[in-house]
Each structure stands twice: as C-alpha cells, then as structure tokens.
Design a protein around this ligand. Structure first.
Ligand code: ZN
Length: 289
C-alpha cells in the first residue's frame, strides 16, 4: 500500500461482535467460521499479533474480548478479565520493535469496571491505550462517562485512542476529555447514506431541493468533490445509485473530519479549543438541512 503515513491494524477483537464469524469464545481464544471457506478455526491472541506483524503496520492492537452493549454486569466482568489475560499474552508475543503495540480496555458502560480494566491494561506498560467497546448502541449519556472514567487512568504521556467514534461533535468532545486518535466508519457510512457534513449540520443531499443547486457542498471546501462538482451533481449520482456518488460523498466527509481535526490542533495550540468546541457544536446542531 503506497501510504507514507501511519497505519493502524486492529486485532480482530471487534469481529467477536459479529454473529457471522463467532462460534465460541474461551480463555484460549475465539473459534470462528472462515467467511470464505466456511471452515472453523481457532484464533488466539498470539495469532492476532502474528498477523499484524506480517501486515507490518505501525501500530498493532492487543486482542480484546468486546462485549455487546446490553450484556449483564457479570458478562462484562468476564470480558474485561479475559481482555486483560489476552493483553498479557499479546504483550509477550509481540517482539517487533519497529511496531507499537496498544492495549485496549473494556468494561461496557459500567464506570467502575471501566476504571478497573483501564488500571489493568495500564499496568502492562503498552505504547498507547485504547478505549474499546463504545459507540456500539449505547446512548451518548452512557458513552461520555465511560470515556471519562477510563481516560484519567491511562498514562498521561502515552497516546489515547477512542475506537469506533467518528461524528464531528463526539470527536471534539472526546478530545476535550483527553483522546488523541480515532477511527470510525461514521464519515463514510453517513456519506453513503447521503448525509454530508457541513459546519451547519448535515446536508441530506438526496433531497429534491438540491436537484438544481449548482453550488459546492461547502463553499471554500478544498476537497476533490467540492473543487470539481456541484451539489446537483452529487445529488444526481446518489439519486441514481451511481457508485461514483458514494465515493464523492465519502471524500467530502473524510476531508471535513480532517479539517475539523486540523482546526482542533490549531485551537489547542492557541489556547482557544474549548471556545471552538462550543461554537462548533452550536452551529453544527443548529439545523439539519
Ligand atoms: Zn468538500
């Protein structure tokens, strides 16, 4: 892959949530169904490290046991315990000095379990720490306290990675809490559904009112889509289910999130980040067109 910037690989733990793959999990590892051959295989923390080592990513993730949202406290306790044991095994198996290894903490939406899991994962001295198992169906009122209870425990000098969160407002609020990196399908998934990000909220581009709108999605946006195409063009592409439209919409949303992150970095340096978050949220939530 001709990409000269950082590459993260995930451990495969998130796929435990998928009923299509998972057959059974135990302390040893996860028994899963190969989606191509249908064969059953055992996938262990050591396998996860080996595969990520072969892929030669810059940041590898420890294999974790992600509990579905809504699981009982006991189930979440078991998952966090297993996540700790697997993290230990990943740490031992990981021998690639050119690759960073991040540990992932779990704990569902139980603040005390989140804290305990963060303490356990933090004790293993990883290169960075991730908050896993969030944004999987829980309400925002439970997500934010879960982030807060964990982030304060991780080593302040090391990068903190919030997995699966990608809406512009959530990103900014999480940065306020101390998160450094993110990954999410949200920008591209929203794009494919015709929701385009703008400073004034999302634009539902499939609406008939954009049929003859010859302005770009955002005036002044430097993305490939806005520099070359109008709202009417993107509207038409999505309206007739042209895959090119999905690409144009995705390019714009990813670019928008990168712009937000660049602005966040700038405002942190200037010391005006909190003000920026308030302004951004106010404008972004003001209307949904
Ligand atoms: Zn754009």
């Amino acid at each position: 892959m001709n990409w000269d910037k950082g590459i993260f690989t995930d451990s495969g733990g998130f796929q435990i949530l998928s009923k299509d793959f998972l057959i059974q999990k135990s302390d040893k590892g996860v028994k899963f169904k190969d989606p191509y051959s249908g064969n059953k295989s055992l996938f262990t923390p050591e396998d996860s490290i080996r595969v990520q080592n072969d892929l030669d990513s810059d940041v590898a993730m420890a294999f974790d046991d992600v509990p579905n949202y809504g699981k009982s406290r006991n189930d979440v306790v078991d998952s966090a315990k297993r996540t700790f044991e697997w993290a230990r095994r990943c740490k031992t198996a990981h021998q690639n000095e050119k690759q960073l290894l991040f540990g992932i903490a779990q704990g569902g939406t139980f603040s005390d379990l989140r804290e305990k899991s963060a303490e356990q994962i933090n004790s293993l001295d990883f290169d960075g720490y991730a908050l896993g198992g969030l944004c999987i169906g829980e309400p925002k009122e439970k997500m934010y306290p879960a982030i807060e209870s964990q982030i304060k425990i991780f080593d302040i000098e090391k990068p903190k990675y919030l997995m699966g969160v990608g809406s512009p407002v959530d990103i900014l609020k999480s940065i306020q809490m101390g998160v450094d990196c993110f990954d999410s399908i949200f920008p591209t998934q929203s794009a494919r559904r015709g929701s385009l990000f703008s400073p004034n909220g999302t634009i539902k581009i499939e609406s008939g009112k954009y049929r003859e709108d010859n302005s770009p999605i955002i005036e002044g946006c430097k993305c490939y889509t806005c520099r070359n195409f109008t709202k009417a063009y993107v509207h038409h592409q999505l309206f007739v289910h042209e895959t090119f439209g999905l690409k144009l919409a995705s390019i714009h949303n990813i670019h928008f999130v990168q712009d937000v992150m660049n602005e966040a970095r700038k405002r942190i340096k200037e010391g005006t980040f909190d003000k920026f978050v308030v302004e951004f949220e106010k404008n972004y939530s003001a209307k949904n067109s």
